[in-house]
Design a protein around this ligand. Sequence first.
Ligand code: ZN
Length: 318
Amino acid sequence: MEPIFLEPAFKDYIWGGNKLKTLFGKNSPYDITAESWEISTNKNGQSVIANGENKGKTLGELFENHELREAIFGTKTSELDKFPLLVKFIDANSNLSVQVHPDDKYAYEHENGEKGKTEMWYIMECKEGAQIICGIKESVRKEDLPQVLNSPNVAEYLNFVQVNQGDCIYIPSGTVHAIMGDTLICEVQQNSDLTYRVYDWGRVGKDGKPRELHVQKAIDVANVGSKPEIKETNNWQEGEHNMISSQYFKTDKITVCVEFNDCSNKDSFYAMNVVKGEGKIKVQDKEYNLKLGDSFIIPAKLGEYTLCGNMELLKSYL
Ligand code: ZN
C-alpha cells in the first residue's frame, strides 16, 4: 500500500483570493479561488486520486469499493453510507457570510437525511490583528434570536476573536460564525454542505443580486451562550499532539523537525494536510515529496511510515 495523494475540487465564491495558486501552487481554473476541497467525496466537489493504481478515480469511487473499504478507510467506516469527513483549504480575501450549520438531527429531519456540520479551523496564515466571529454574545437569550439574526446590525451581537497563525478553533454545529478576511484556513468538518446564511455584509453575488439568506432555519438551529474555544498551537513541541477530539473527528498536529515515525491505524484512515514547510514521506523503500498545501490519505493498512524534513501537518481521523 502507498499514501493516496489527492487533487482537489475548487470553488470560486465571491470572497476568495489567489493564495491557493500563489502559495500552494494549486492549478485552479478560476481567477479567484475561495476554496479547495482537498479530501472530499461530497457530491458538490470530489477529490480525485493522483497516484497509484486508482489514479484518476474520485475518492468517492474508492470509498464505494467495499472490497477495499476496510483496508483503506478502516473498520470504523465499514457501516457508514458516506465518507465521514471533508477537509478544505479556505482563502478568505474578504469576509465570509455570517452563518450557522445544523446538527445531524435537524439536517436529517429538514434536509432530506443529510448530515449536519461540526467543523474546526486551523489558521495557516493571517494578517496581524486578524479576527474571526465565533458565537453569539452572552447577553443574547434564545428568545432574542429572531430579532438579533434578522437585524442588519447582527455583527454587534457576535463574538469577534483575534487570531494568529497556528490557532485552532472548534465550531460545533449551532455556533453562529464567520471567517473574516485576510485569513488562510485549513477546515476539517463533517461531510456536509449545509449552510444557513444570516448576514452577507450588504454585498451582492456575481449576478448583481444579494445572495440568499436562510434566517428562519438559522433561528431554529442557532445556540446561545457558547464561548469561543481557541487553542494556540504555535509553541507546541516536535511530535504529535491532539488539537480536537470530538465525536465526529479527531485532529492532531504533527510537527516534524528532522524525522517522525508513525504507523497507520486499522480503525481509521488518516487524512493528512501539509500546513507548513516541506519534506518527504517514506514508506518501506519508497519516498514521496511533500510540500505546503499537499493533501493525502494514509490507508488503514499502510503500516509504518516516516515523515522527514521541516514541516507541520494536520492528521484527522475517526
Ligand atoms: Zn462554517
